[in-house]
Design a protein around this ligand. Structure first.
Ligand code: SF4
Length: 224
């Protein structure tokens, strides 16, 4: 079950209090690489890692021909996340072998469900990464349920904290007001960093405290 009244309250509060930056226009391949390199805040931090990686290899085509050993050494020297760089390597190979070009050319015709399934076939890409790509880069109407977003939604009591990510997405997306997907994602991310942190949330300063199940020990957060 989704608490639609709480969604409405959040959307209305954010609308007046938390400004949303203009979504950037990003090339799909670059966007996917940015998200893979930094799924928590891909529109900001991801581009730094992407730039560093691209600067180190000179051109993306050079990365596709690198051996596993060279890739490992590069990550150690540049302090880049090894597993994520390996996924970038796979994406670039997928891209070069036609999967990307054909895939991206055809993506506008694919439903969210089919596109997520296609991207999840690339090893290292999971549902969250695929959803972030659809929402942030392709501007599809859906809310990416990353860990910080999930944390706020469940603590406030909008969705059950026992639901799976897919279940949450299926329940939530239909009740989010039109054109508010990106804004809500951005604002929830901002809230998760500003107030609703993992270990020490600033509940006494939080504007949602009165409506927050975790703070008020209600529903899923009831201590019994
Ligand atoms: S009251 Fe606390 S737990 Fe609830 S949303 Fe605010 S910061 Fe998070």
């Amino acid at each position: 079950m989704v608490r639609q009244d709480k969604i409405t309250f959040l959307v209305s509060y954010f609308h007046w209090h938390v400004p949303v930056p203009r979504p950037q226009i990003v090339d799909p391949l670059d966007g996917l690489i940015q998200i893979v390199l930094d799924p928590v805040d891909p529109l900001i931090a991801g581009s730094e890692k992407r730039d560093l990686l691209l600067q180190s290899v000179g051109a993306w085509s050079n990365l596709t021909t690198m051996s596993v050993e060279s890739l490992t050494a590069l990550c150690q020297v540049e302090h880049l996340p090894h597993k994520r760089v390996q996924t970038v390597h796979r994406i670039l190979n997928w891209w070069e072998t036609g999967g990307g070009i054909k895939g991206f050319a055809a993506i506008n015709h694919l439903s969210n469900h089919h596109l997520i399934a296609r991207l999840c076939h690339i090893p290292g890409i999971g549902r969250t990464t695929a959803t972030l790509f659809l929402a942030l880069i392709l501007k599809r109407d859906l809310l990416p349920i990353t860990r910080p977003i999930h944390r706020v939604l469940t603590r406030v009591g909008i969705v059950s904290r026992h639901a799976t990510e897919k279940h949450l997405a299926d329940q939530l997306n239909p009740v989010i007001p039109c054109e508010r997907y990106f804004a809500l994602y951005w604002q929830l991310l901002h809230h998760s960093q500003q107030y609703c942190t993992v270990r020490t949330p600033l509940c006494t300063e939080c504007p949602f405290a009165e409506h927050c199940d975790k703070y008020r020990h209600k529903n899923d957060w009831c201590p019994i």
